[in-house]
Design a protein around this ligand. Structure first.
Ligand SMILES: [Cu+2]
Length: 354
């Protein structure tokens, strides 16, 4: 009797679930998305799961967990990399737009929470870039449809420019980036030089962005592989921060810019000539603080001491030949600038590996 009753209850429950499923698109629902490993050249050591909560037509709260792939246990400890424990980079199906955010909340159990705003309905690829302690960098990709998008598979992508025709030029507002990527070869660490100009002159108002001169995000169109590299001033390699010219896999050096991570709130590192208003870099370790905290425009002589060389270089290993979306991100005129490129890296001539 009791058994019967519970069966009926279960049946009723599943009928209701089925009905909900049928009208699903109308309702604002949470959805759980499983991640796909997205970091070429590195072994997958984690599984990722993203809970996506609709908070508005184009806004979502995301909750991310990584679990150890071998044990299945949720990972709680993360290294700070470039002032943050989690970098979130998202792009649309056409690879035309880049969103770069960070976790607002990092739970004691390693659950990250962030709010994302998307420019338009459609399919998005959300990359989560983090360094689980003792494991190293792990990047997962989550494919999430925002609102009811039309068939996302037919989104046109911008035409790619062969890197051998370098230099390539693209811009964001008054800033333009001239990129010499002719050295890029599949599977080989290669150098890219770039020059940031403002109104046609080398930009004099650049500041570090998340600890480095500029960030470069490469997404390979064919397989959506993710590569994140950092640019340093052309003369700065071998300087205090030379690791930044390599990709984010650099494990642990003693005195890195991310000293702000675990204990930054005690602010033990202000230099005498700093006027206190410039938290555009290391102090941004407070997770929610974007660069908007930079509102004391009157006390701005600090910028001079932190000037970033507009001549930069970065080192990157493209995982394969093919078309890539590439974004160069930097801070110019107190704003984050994102300069897009679409490049094609030709096959290496010497051998075909697979
Ligand atoms: Cu980031």
């Amino acid at each position: 009797m009791t058994l019967n009753l519970s069966r009926q209850t279960m049946l009723a429950g599943s009928t209701i679930l089925a009905l909900l499923g049928a009208v699903g698109p109308v309702l604002a629902q949470d959805s759980v998305v499983e991640g796909v490993f997205a970091l070429p050249g590195v072994a997958q050591a984690v599984m990722g799961q993203l809970n996506v909560v609709e908070t508005g037509p184009l806004t979502r709260r995301i909750e991310l967990i990584y679990a150890d792939k071998a044990s299945g246990e949720q990972i709680a400890g993360y290294d700070v990399e470039l002032t943050q424990q989690l970098h979130i980079l998202a792009t649309d199906a056409g690879l035309t737009h880049l969103i770069h955010e960070h976790a607002d909340v990092v739970g004691d159990d390693g659950r990250f929470t962030a709010e994302l705003e998307f420019p338009a309905p459609g399919l998005y690829h959300i990359y989560t870039d983090a360094v689980p302690t003792g494991i190293g960098q792990q990047v997962m990709r989550f494919d999430v449809t925002i609102s009811e998008a039309a068939s996302a598979s037919e989104v046109p992508r911008p035409a790619a420019v062969d890197v051998s025709t370098s230099p390539l030029v693209s811009s964001d507002g008054p800033y333009s980036v001239t990129l010499d990527a002719a050295q890029l070869k599949p599977g080989v660490e290669s150098a890219v030089s770039l020059l940031v100009e403002k109104h046609g002159e080398p930009a004099a108002d650049l500041e570090p962005y998340l600890g480095v001169s500029a960030h470069a995000v490469f997404i390979r169109a064919e397989d959506l592989a993710y590569v994140h590299a950092h640019a340093m001033g052309a003369g700065a390699e071998g300087g205090h921060d030379a690791h930044g010219a390599k990709s984010t896999t650099a494990p642990s050096e003693p005195a890195r810019h991310d000293h702000g991570g675990d204990e930054s709130s005690h602010g033990g590192h202000e230099a005498p000539d700093h006027t206190g208003g410039h938290d555009a870099h290391g102090d941004a370790a407070a997770p929610a603080a974007g660069h908007d905290s930079h509102d004391s425009h009157d006390s701005h002589d600090a910028a001079a001491t932190e000037a970033v060389d507009p001549n930069m270089s970065l080192h990157v290993t493209p995982p394969a030949a093919g078309v890539y979306a590439l974004w160069i991100e930097f801070i110019g005129g107190d704003e984050i600038r994102t300069v897009p490129f679409t490049i094609e890296i030709p096959e290496a001539h010497s051998h075909a590996s697979h």
